[in-house]
Write a protein that binds this ligand. Structure first.
Ligand code: ZN
Length: 333
């Protein structure tokens, strides 16, 4: 299918390099320490202050709370101009789909970092469950300023889908036809040999936590080796199912069927100490509270493509009534 004429302007931008965006501050230990604290990273490797966590790469050149407030000398060009062009043609929605960081080496305190941006690719028109639009890929290259030539230290690939939402674009007659189709099913989770026990457990009505046989540490999400003692031997323990809301988000947009919206998702801290992400049920999103006592329940869902017959049992968490919550808390102590 031939592309619309307005895409010529978009295609002409592919490959364009955008100028430097500088960091406000050099790589420094106070920011690294605060970042590690917020992210829950307690790695003695970083405590010496010789190097900073690689995953902070993007942090050093962020604008801060004020939009488009970059240090003097930074480019005034907008590396996202291509998104404006696509938006002007009736594709208002955007969702980030990939963010891939690559690190060439560790950064050390005192280094001055900047990045440049290249519009790497704009894909052909694609129709997804969300709508019809274009995948746009930008690559940010990070540099350390040095006498005698700046050094590349890492890269960020950032891909977004700029699209026209399915429902908003359809005339009423087409929407009713869409409504007549079988309801979409939940996407199936990726299940590997490392994680199968968890899903099998849920199917049997048990919330299982992986336990290291070397040092007895519990861990979640499941993985092949113990992050504490590196043992590959493990078994599982059955959780009580009680926990509390450690944190949560309420998903408002994009609205992806078959999920209900707004959709409250909890980071649940089990009484055994591990945390897992799960949907909250039986509670209005506005009533979710951090610290709320919750109890697991297991619910079956059909998954996969329409017409498929696969199903999955998901652990979900329901807030306990206040009095029951108090009783459950004392029972655990
Ligand atoms: Zn261990």
């Amino acid at each position: 299918m031939a592309e619309p004429e307005w895409m010529n302007e978009v295609r002409a931008l592919v490959g364009k390099e955008y100028g430097r965006v500088y960091g406000w501050d050099p790589v420094n230990l106070p920011m690294a320490r605060q970042w590690a604290e917020i992210m829950g990273i307690d790695n003695p490797h970083y405590a010496s202050g010789e190097v900073v966590p690689p995953a902070m790469l993007q942090v050093w050149c962020m604008e801060g709370p004020q939009t488009n407030h970059y240090p003097p000398g930074s480019t005034t060009e907008n590396p996202y101009e291509v998104l404006k062009l696509i938006e002007a043609q009736g594709h208002p929605a955007v969702v980030a789909v990939n963010s891939e960081l690559e690190f060439d080496r560790y950064l050390r305190p005192g280094e001055r970092i900047y990045y440049t941006t290249r519009l790497d690719a704009v894909g052909p028109e694609k129709t997804t469950a969300l709508g019809t639009g274009y995948f746009v890929t930008l690559v940010m290259t990070y540099w350390s300023q040095r006498e005698g030539g700046d050094e590349k230290v890492g890269q960020l690939l950032f891909r977004v889908f700029k699209f026209r939402p399915t429902q908003a674009a359809q005339p009423a007659a087409v929407v009713s036809e869409a409504e007549a189709r079988p309801a979409p099913k939940r996407p199936a989770p990726g299940i590997s040999d490392d994680t199968r026990f968890f899903w099998d457990g849920a199917r049997a009505g048990a919330l299982l936590i992986q336990r290291c046989k070397g040092c007895s540490a519990l861990r979640h999400p499941p993985g092949p080796s113990c992050p504490r003692c590196h043992s590959f031997d493990w078994d599982t323990v059955r959780a009580s199912g009680y926990g509390k809301v450690y944190s949560f988000v309420v998903m408002h947009y994009p609205e992806v069927p078959p999920f209900e919206h707004p959709n409250p998702i909890g980071l649940i801290e089990l009484d055994e100490g591990t945390r897992l992400v799960a949907q909250l049920v039986g509670v209005r999103p506005a009533d979710v509270r951090i610290g709320q006592r919750v109890l697991v329940e297991f619910n079956r869902f059909e998954v996969g493509a329409p017409g498929g017959s696969d199903d999955i049992v998901l652990p979900q968490f329901r807030p306990l009534p206040e009095t029951a919550a108090a009783a459950a808390a004392s029972e655990v102590r």
